[in-house]
Design a protein around this ligand. Structure first.
Ligand SMILES: [Zn+2]
Length: 252
């Protein structure tokens, strides 16, 4: 872990020119890293097993938290830390889950097993239970009594951690639940379906090892797309601050 931090410290002073953050499991909320493009890395810290990349943009500091999981590795300018040479030798571009491009090079998070996570440090204190491993009873407790739209509640990282915009749309489509519905209005069967489909969608993404692999993949997220279940033209609106697609026929 400390070797990752030391290797990553090379990027201090570098300016971010772009990020690739399209793996919805490893980077569940990619917007915040995209917002940091143009900023400059001012520090690289470590808190236990979490590495923090501190970025200053418009006189404001933000920290990208990198959780390496079991198999995550950092590669700076094509080189892994010296202790990790064996991994560098077997690196594969398909394992590159998160890439930061700078004016002077690149930093890549490589993880064959996708247990790594890239999150905002702002979420660190109040991150909810992990969306993949949460049990039904805890899931029900986390959702209970919330009157806001179920889409917004599932995206709230303090309720459950790890679900991004496209994943939530897909989970709700599979569950037949209208994303605009008040969470408190869901009966026990609907909550169980959402819980079950959350696990199923994450499981399948994991197995395929690729991003955008859901039924609501990129090609479906445009006006005029139709429901993969019943062919009904999908509705589109802003729900919980995010562009949302759903089927007006089978999602109730
Ligand atoms: Zn439908």
């Amino acid at each position: 872990m400390e070797s990752f931090r030391r290797a990553s410290a090379a990027v201090i002073g570098w300016r971010i020119t772009g990020v690739v953050a399209d793996d919805p499991i490893v980077v569940p909320m990619p917007e915040f890293v995209h917002r940091l493009v143009g900023g400059r890395v001012v520090d690289v810290t470590r808190h236990g097993k979490v590495m923090g990349i501190v970025v200053r943009r418009r006189r404001h500091d933000d920290t990208i938290d990198v959780h390496f999981g079991m198999s995550g590795r950092v590669i700076v300018n094509g080189r892994a830390p010296i202790e990790e040479l064996s991994y560098a030798a077997s690196d594969d571009a398909r394992w590159h889950r998160f890439t930061m491009r700078f004016d002077r090079g690149t930093l890549v998070l490589s993880d064959p097993r996708r247990f790594a996570r890239v999150t905002s440090a702002q979420d660190r204190a109040d991150l909810g239970p992990d969306a993949w491993s949460i049990d039904l009873r805890t899931f029900r407790e986390r959702l209970s009594g919330r009157r806001t739209a179920v889409k917004a509640v599932l995206l709230d990282q303090s309720v459950v951690a790890g679900l991004g915009n496209m994943l939530v749309d897909e989970i709700l489509m599979k569950s037949g639940v209208d994303p605009r519905r008040s969470t408190a209005s869901l009966d026990a069967t609907a909550v169980a379906a959402v819980h079950r489909n959350t696990r199923a969608v994450l499981d399948r993404l994991w197995k395929r090892g690729g991003s955008h692999a859901g039924d609501l993949a990129v090609e479906l997220r445009h006006p005029g797309a139709s429901c993969p279940v019943d062919g009904t033209p999908l509705a589109r609106a802003n729900v919980g601050g995010r562009t949302t697609f759903w089927c007006p026929k089978h999602q109730v």
